[in-house]
Design a protein around this ligand. Structure first.
Ligand SMILES: Cc1cc2nc3c(=O)[nH]c(=O)nc-3n(C[C@H](O)[C@H](O)[C@H](O)COP(=O)(O)O)c2cc1C
Length: 153
């Protein structure tokens, strides 16, 4: 499948950016399910859409893409509630993806998803289990700053 070829090329380039133990570990990671997944879905965002009569997008046109990401998250939660696994594959060259899927210039490829029933859901994220990265503690993920009523008004 053409998208799998795009992944392999992008993944080869990404792998080359790691060295030593990290490089070896990267090579063992399962980073896509393009061929195994019964369903591949490319979620896109039409940046010129008139939906909502552009409310909120005069000032922040990028909010169209943010809304699309929220839709992906909702799809992910709904799928998970139905026992369907979802994997987001971002190791893809967007220009090549556009060509293969014939995505027009004004339409943004946001998420390439692999969906399907899985044998089991792991109790912790795979990348954490394999020691690639630890989950960020809430204290460091959230930035607390002095915020007063004066600042708010
Ligand atoms: C924006 C985004 C891009 C991602 N890209 C990849 C990717 O290219 N390859 C990969 O293996 N996981 C990627 N992930 C992570 C996985 O899709 C996801 O965390 C994993 O499938 C575990 O899903 P679960 O939390 O439902 O178990 C990405 C996640 C996000 C949010």
């Amino acid at each position: 499948m053409a998208v799998h070829t795009i992944f392999k090329e992008a993944n080869f380039k990404a792998a080359a950016t790691y060295s030593g133990d990290q490089g070896e570990q990267y090579a063992t990671l399962k980073l896509e399910g393009i061929l195994e997944a019964p369903q591949n879905l490319c979620v896109v965002c039409d940046t010129r859409t008139e939906r909502g009569h552009k409310l909120g997008r005069h000032t922040m046109p990028e909010s169209a893409a943010y809304s699309t990401v929220c839709a992906v998250q909702n799809l992910w939660l709904a799928a998970r509630a139905e026992g369907v696994g979802v994997g987001w594959v971002s190791i893809l060259d967007p220009v090549q993806l556009r060509t293969v899927l014939r995505i027009p210039e004004h339409v943004l490829p946001v998420a390439y998803l692999c969906l399907g029933y899985v044998d089991k859901f792991a109790s912790e994220p795979e990348l954490e289990r394999f020691g690639w990265e630890k989950r960020m503690p809430l204290e460091t993920a959230v930035c607390y700053d002095h915020y007063t009523e004066d600042t708010a008004s």
